[in-house]
Structure formats: C-alpha cells, structure tokens
Design a protein around this ligand. Structure first.
Ligand SMILES: C[S@@+](CC[C@H](N)C(=O)[O-])C[C@H]1O[C@@H](n2cnc3c(N)ncnc32)[C@H](O)[C@@H]1O
Length: 265
C-alpha cells in the first residue's frame, strides 16, 4: 500500500468514528455545551495566557478542544482531514457562537491551504500516531509558527504503544519503524459502537520527535513525562486521582503521556 492508500483507510476510520464520539459520554458534548472546558491541566499549564493569540490546532477532531481554547480568548484555526469531524466542529461553533475557523486538510497539505503564521501551534492526545513521517510533521509545525512562536504538544507515550491493548504482552519493539496495520472494532470512546475498520498507525520514539523539532530550528523549553492519562482509554482503568488513569495493575509503573513546549527561534 502507498501513503495515499493509508490516508484513505484512516480517513474512513475517523469519519466513521465521529457520530459515535459526538454522542459518547467520553467526549461529553452536553457538558461542553453547558460551558465546561475539555482541556486538561497538562496542556493548560503549558499554554499559559492565550487571550488574543492566534493558535493553529492540528488534528482537531470535531473541535471540542479548539472551541475550549476559543473560550479562553484565542483566535483559533482547527485543522482535520475528516469531513465529518469538520462538519460537526462547524455545527458546535454555530451552537456556541464562538470565534473559530475550521479547515479541512491533511496536515501535510496545509501549506497549500493556509498562508499565514501563528503565535501558537497546538496538538494533543492521539495525533502523530496517524502520521507516517515525523520529519515532515515537524516541518509543518515550524512552517506555521511566527518567529518567537511556541509549539505546545501533548501525546500518549510511545512506550504505551509497545504493549498489546490489554497490556499482557510487549507486541512491538520501541524502535518499530514501519506502518502498523490493524483491524479495529468499536472505538476508544464507545467500545460497543458497531464499527470495524482498518487502522494504519506509526510509533514515533521520543528522540525521533525531539530531534525532528530541533532540526527545524525549534528549541525545547519544557519536556515532561506522566504516569497517567487524563482519559480512561485502557481496557481496565485504575483511577489514580481525579482525571488521572492508568491500566489496572500497572499504576505508577509506566510512562503514559509526555508533553513539550518548544520555541521557534
Ligand atoms: C485522536 S483524534 C484528535 C485528538 C484530540 N485530542 C481528540 O481526541 O479530540 C485524531 C484526529 O486526527 C485526524 N487525522 C488523522 N490523520 C490526519 C492527517 N493526516 N491530517 C489531518 N488530520 C488527521 C483524525 O481525523 C482525528 O480527528
């Protein structure tokens, strides 16, 4: 399969998930519409004051985090390649009357669609695993930052992706470089959703991510690892604190999320 075919499979997978995610308790659209933020402490701490700042949100799904950022006063541009996700993001934008722009694009093709730069670029939780080339991703991040602009990135830890879904065995080597093609049933936000799709993912090591950003002239200002996920995404979740989850039996044993802040020199 070539890259275009991989993207087509993933786009179908994500388009199919949207309706189930939109209705799920996991995403909490109802609470969001009542005014709750969907952002977590990790990214809020790294973002700091964002009022009046222009912010590009890469792989924004149906826009809950983008619109939560808009509520904090930032001028948001959210990007995703799923037509269904962008449609729902626009629906939420009109329902909340918030100021944001949503762009339908594969992030690798974004320079052909947007021609301005931003104070901040943001991406979080479950994004780069869908991208085959981390160096091309870093080029996109750098391309859209103003000089002095900051990149805020929060992602599931690559160590997490070494394990089988039930954490019973190590399924992939940390340095596994190729495409991981799997059949997926249900979705993390609704295990009972009647979905069956092929997913194509890539596991990017921490050093690959950090070096790719350094190569594009970004200076890492802050780097952190966490022993929890703010979302209950495991088959069996142990709640270690409010909004802090780990796989049951492995509490405090594994890095599950990492976060970084980088500046474009
Ligand atoms: C896990 S979600 C986004 C993360 C966000 N934290 C959330 O859960 O709402 C991943 C998103 O990446 C998008 N995506 C995957 N590959 C993409 C690509 N090459 N270009 C643009 N969007 C992509 C999918 O459509 C999906 O909306």
């Amino acid at each position: 399969m070539n890259e275009r075919e991989y993207f087509e499979l993933n786009k179908k997978l994500w388009n199919d998930k949207v309706d189930y995610h939109f209705k799920s308790q996991f995403y909490g659209v109802e609470q969001f519409l009542k005014g709750e933020s969907t952002l977590n402490e990790i990214e809020l701490n790294l973002l700091g004051e964002i009022k009046q700042k222009s912010l590009l949100h890469l792989q924004c799904h149906f826009g809950l985090d983008s619109l939560s950022l808009a509520r904090l006063g930032a001028q948001i541009t959210g990007v995703d390649f799923s037509e269904k996700a962008i449609e729902k993001a626009n629906e939420l934008k009109y329902l909340t009357n918030l100021n944001a722009e949503f762009v339908l694009s594969n992030i690798y093709e974004l320079p052909e669609k947007l021609n301005h730069t931003f104070d901040l670029v943001f991406s979080s939780y479950g994004t780069i695993g869908w991208l085959p080339d981390i160096n091309r991703w870093a080029k996109i991040v750098a391309h859209f930052l103003k000089p002095g602009g900051k990149f805020i990135f929060v992602e599931f830890h690559p160590v997490r992706w070494m394990f089988s879904d039930d954490f019973a065995s190590v399924q992939y080597g940390y340095f596994h470089g190729g495409a991981i093609v799997e059949e997926e049933s249900g979705t993390y936000a609704d295990a009972n959703a009647p979905l069956k799709n092929i997913s194509v993912g890539w596991n990017h090591t921490l050093s690959d991510v950090i070096q790719a950003l350094i190569n594009e002239g970004l200076g890492i200002e802050n780097f952190q690892e966490f022993n929890f996920s703010p979302y209950p995404i495991f088959i069996e979740n142990a709640k270690i604190d409010e909004n802090k989850f780990a796989p049951k039996g492995l509490e405090n044993k594994l890095p599950l999320v990492y976060a970084l802040k980088a500046i474009k020199h």
